[in-house]
Design a binder for this molecule. Structure first.
Ligand SMILES: NCc1[nH]cc(CCC(=O)O)c1CC(=O)O
Length: 315
C-alpha cells in the first residue's frame, strides 16, 4: 500500500447510477472490498450519480445519441475527485476510456445468458405471426428477426418492474432480460427460460461488473487487485478485442462470448444486419493468453465476409 486504507472518517467513495441493478452491483463491490481488507462497511460510501441516460426516459436511446450516455457524469465525478471508483455493467462500457481513467478490474462474472420473459408462451417459436417482441437492444432485435422474421419488434425501455408492467399491459407478448441482472436483483423468478448461447449469443461482457479508477491513483489500484477476477479478465480481453476491432458501438448488433476450458479459450462471435436479414458467426479456440488476438482476427474475418454497408440501417 502506498497510502492508508479507507476508514469510516475517510471512506473510499464508490460511484454508481441509482437504478436497483446498479445499486446491487455497488453493494456487491463494497462487500467484496470490505471482506478483502477486513474493513467495516462504512469505510465505503456509495455515491449515486444521475446520468443523461437516467434523466431522459421517454425516448429511444439511439435518438438521444452520443457516447457514454450512462457513464459521462460518473467519469467526470471521478476525474474531479468526488468519487474514487466507478462501478459499471461491462456490457454497457465502450472499449476505450477517457484520458486519465482505467477500467481493468472485474468481479467474478454472473450468468452470461439472456432470459426469455413472457406471461403467455415459453419460447419465441410459439408466437404467432405479427406478435410483438419488446426490446430496445439492437442485438436482440436482429437475433429475433433472423430466426423469426414474421414477428414484430417494438421499443421497450425501462427497469425490470417497468418492463414487466408493459408485458402485463399487453405492449408486447415477451421481452428479454439478462439473467445476470435478474440474479443480482434476486428476481430469477421473472425468467420464463434462460436461453442457451447456441440459441441467442449474449452481448460482449454480459454479466460482468467492471470497476474504473483514475490512472494516477495507485492506492486504489493496489486495493482493486484484491478483488479482481483473473478468469473474467481473460474472457473479457477476448470479447472486448473482438468488439473493438469491429468498431462496435451501441448501434451495431454484435454478440460475443469467450469461455475457458482448461488452458484453452473458446470464442464465439456474431455480427448481424440491423434489420435481421443476415447474421454471420464464427467459433474458434486459442491458448488463453492469445484471447485478444483471437478476438481481433475473428472480427477481421467477419468484417471481410460482411463487406461494406452490412451494418447500415434499413428501418
Ligand atoms: N443495457 C442494460 C443492461 N446492462 C447490463 C444489464 C444486465 C446485467 C449484465 O449484463 O451485467 C442490463 C439489462 C439487461 O440487458 O437486461
Amino acid at each position: 500500500m502506498t497510502r492508508d486504507l479507507p476508514t469510516p472518517d475517510t471512506p473510499m467513495k464508490l460511484g454508481t447510477r441509482g437504478s436497483p441493478l446498479a445499486l446491487a452491483q455497488a453493494h456487491e463491490t463494497r462487500d467484496r472490498l470490505s471482506a478483502a481488507f477486513d474493513l467495516p462497511q462504512d469505510a465505503f460510501e456509495i455515491v449515486v450519480i444521475k446520468t443523461t441516460g437516467d434523466r431522459v426516459i421517454d425516448r429511444p436511446l439511439k435518438e438521444i445519441g452520443g457516447k457514454g450516455l450512462f457513464t459521462r457524469e460518473i467519469e467526470e465525478a471521478m476525474l474531479g475527485g468526488e468519487i474514487d471508483i466507478a462501478i459499471h455493467s461491462m456490457k454497457d462500457m465502450p472499449v476505450l476510456q477517457p484520458e486519465g481513467l482505467v477500467l481493468d478490474t472485474y468481479l467474478p462474472r454472473e450468468d452470461v445468458r439472456d432470459a426469455f420473459v413472457s406471461p403467455h408462451v415459453t419460447s419465441l417459436a410459439e408466437l404467432d405471426e405479427g406478435a410483438k417482441v419488446g426490446t430496445s437492444s439492437l442485438r436482440r432485435k436482429a437475433q429475433v428477426l433472423v430466426k423469426y422474421p414474421h414477428l414484430e419488434v417494438v421499443e421497450f425501455r425501462g427497469n425490470v418492474q417497468t418492463r414487466l408492467k408493459k408485458l402485463d399491459d399487453g405492449v408486447a407478448a415477451c421481452t428479454f432480460l439478462a439473467m445476470a441482472g435478474l440474479n443480482r436483483l434476486d428476481r430469477a423468478d421473472v425468467a420464463t427460460a434462460a436461453i442457451a448461447p447456441e440459441v441467442m449469443l449474449p452481448a460482449v461482457a454480459q454479466g460482468a461488473i467492471g470497476i474504473e479508477r483514475r490512472s494516477d491513483d495507485t492506492r486504489t489500484a493496489d486495493m482493486l487487485t484484491a478483488i479482481h477476477d483473473e478468469v473474467t479478465g481473460q474472457r473479457l480481453a477476448a470479447e472486448r478485442a473482438f468488439l473493438a476491432a469491429l468498431d462496435g458501438s451501441c448501434e451495431t448488433p454484435i454478440a460475443g462470448l469467450a469461455e475457458l476450458d482448461g488452458g484453452t479459450l473458446r470464442l464465439r462471435g456474431e455480427v448481424l444486419r440491423p434489420d435481421g436479414s443476415e447474421a454471420l458467426s464464427d467459433d474458434q479456440t486459442a491458448p488463453i493468453e492469445d484471447g485478444a488476438d483471437l478476438g481481433r482476427e475473428m472480427a477481421m474475418k467477419l468484417l471481410e465476409q460482411a463487406g461494406p454497408g452490412f451494418f447500415d440501417w434499413r428501418d
